[in-house]
Design a protein around this ligand. Structure first.
Ligand SMILES: [Zn+2]
Length: 132
C-alpha cells in the first residue's frame, strides 16, 4: 500500500497596517487579553489577512479572552481570530485550541512589537507568517 502524506502547506500573509492595528489594540487592552476577528481570504492554503472586526459581546481578563461565537453572523471572510497573551507566552493554551475559530489563530505576546505575533493552526502547529 502506498500512502503519500502530502502535507497541506499553509501560510499567513498579514498586511502591515493590520499588524499595527492589532499591536496597538493589544497594548491598549494590556494587562488584559485583547481579542479580534481576522478578516481576509484564503486560497490554496494561503491566508491573506486584510482587516479586523471587534467581536460582539467580548469578555476579556488577564488570562482569558473570548466571545460567544453564536452571535457571529455567517461570514466567509472571517478567517480566524487573534488574541493577546499579556503573560508573554506565544503558544496557544488548551482553551485556545478548544475555542479555535476559522483557519488560523494568531497570538500576540507582550511586549506587542513586530516580532511578538505568531500564527497557529487547530493542532497547535506554527503557520509561517509574513508581513506585507
Ligand atoms: Zn490564549
Amino acid at each position: 500500500m502506498l500512502f503519500k502524506n502530502k502535507k497541506f502547506e499553509r501560510s499567513v500573509i498579514l498586511k502591515k497596517e493590520v499588524l499595527d492595528s492589532i499591536l496597538s489594540f493589544c497594548q491598549m487592552k494590556h494587562p488584559n487579553e485583547g481579542i479580534l476577528i481576522l478578516k481576509g481570504k484564503s486560497k490554496n492554503g494561503e491566508i491573506k489577512i486584510d482587516g479586523l472586526v471587534i467581536p460582539p459581546f467580548s469578555e476579556t481578563g488577564p488570562t482569558f479572552a473570548g466571545f460567544p461565537y453564536s452571535f457571529l453572523p455567517f461570514d466567509m471572510s472571517y478567517v480566524g481570530i487573534v488574541h493577546s497573551h499579556p503573560s508573554g507566552s506565544a503558544e496557544p493554551s488548551v482553551t485556545d485550541l478548544h475555542n479555535f475559530f476559522g483557519l488560523v489563530s494568531m497570538i500576540v505576546k507582550s511586549p506587542y512589537d513586530d516580532d511578538s505575533i505568531f500564527a497557529w493552526d487547530s493542532n497547535a502547529n506554527a503557520i509561517p507568517l509574513s508581513i506585507e
